[in-house]
Design a protein around this ligand. Structure first.
Ligand SMILES: Nc1nc2c(c(=O)[nH]1)N[C@@H](CN(C=O)c1ccc(C(=O)N[C@@H](CCC(=O)O)C(=O)O)cc1)CN2
Length: 283
């Protein structure tokens, strides 16, 4: 058996085509959406992702503002950058690229953002709104995963989902999204303290691997026919190493390539949050 490829690159391209039209319509009404990014330090992965976000903005016609700070930036330096973006009329939404260097207080910085400009949906107010199931910008990777599953007709309602990794950008927020009434999945959120990880994964119809541990999910752990989404982005010898071993392809029903799966969806859904916020501001 060979798994159906969950092609994030192609799906993201379709989303971006639609966004290009919506941005043009906004511009006709005198509004140019603008995405800001705050990047601290020189983590190679983060540099690549931020560069990609700016390329995407140019592609769909969104203006972009890039704020790069050195690894040595202080809490006050990053706060000043956030205050500036909060006040800038050209910036309609922005993100702080994660992870931040260890000496910075991530939570305090996220809290300092204007929730109305939070393009990532990671501000505590917006995550709180998601917990309450009221309208909020959705975290980009989880939203991208749900749309990718829907695009390929993978049933979510009633599915058993094993999410491996409890980080805020993926695992924890994805659990919230998938357990909304509209999705109605049953989610097991696995983490480093989980006993019998294999048992949980083996029961799942959908497996989302977001632990950052290369080849954590092996073929023997996957139920035949399951959908497997690889969010892992470790770098080994300069190449991306996902959390899912190559031979899972032989047993899974659906599988994301990596790269080319969840990553491009994350970026497309970020643009979507920026456009949606601009449309809402006009409504
Ligand atoms: N503020 C945020 N920080 C981080 C997030 C996030 O959603 N918001 N998620 C991840 C990283 N991430 C987004 O920033 C991200 C990861 C991967 C990709 C991507 O397009 N990957 C490509 C491969 C690119 C490469 O060559 O490395 C792919 O999968 O095809 C985009 C964004 C952590 N931080």
């Amino acid at each position: 058996m060979s798994a159906v490829k969950l092609d994030g690159k192609a799906t993201a391209a379709r989303i971006k085509d639609d966004l290009t039209k919506r941005v043009a319509a906004l511009k006709e009404r005198g509004v140019t959406p603008g995405l800001g990014t705050v990047l601290v330090g020189d983590d190679p992965g983060s540099q690549i992702y931020v560069a990609g976000k700016h390329r995407d903005c140019a592609e769909v016609g969104i203006a972009s503002i890039r704020v790069d700070l050195p690894e040595t930036a202080t809490q006050a330096d990053v706060e000043a950058a956030i205050d500036e973006l909060n006040a800038s009329p050209a910036c309609t939404g922005y993100i702080v690229q994660l992870p931040l260097p260890k000496h910075l207080d991530t939570m305090a910085l996220l809290e300092r953002m204007d929730p109305a400009k939070d393009a990532d949906g990671l501000h505590p107010v917006n995550l709180g709104r998601l917990v309450h199931m009221v309208d909020a910008p959705l975290p980009c990777t989880p939203h991208g995963i749900v749309l990718l599953l829907q695009e390929y007709g993978v049933p979510i309602k009633g599915a058993e989902v094993a999410v491996v990794g409890r980080g805020i950008t993926v695992g924890r927020s994805l659990g919230l999204l998938l357990t909304r009434r509209s999705e109605n999945a049953t989610v097991t959120l696995c983490h480093t303290g989980t006993q019998d990880l294999s048992g949980h994964v083996r029961r799942a119809d959908i497996v989302v691997a977001a632990a950052g541990v290369p080849d954590l999910i092996t073929r023997d752990m996957v139920k035949p026919g399951a959908a497997v989404l690889d969010v892992g982005v470790s770098r080994v010898n300069g190449k991306i190493a996902g959390d899912v071993a190559a031979d899972v392809e032989d047993v899974a029903g659906f599988l994301t390539p990596n790269p080319g799966g969840v990553g491009p969806m994350t970026r497309a859904l970020l643009l979507s949050n920026v456009v949606e916020a601009a449309e809402k501001a006009l409504a």
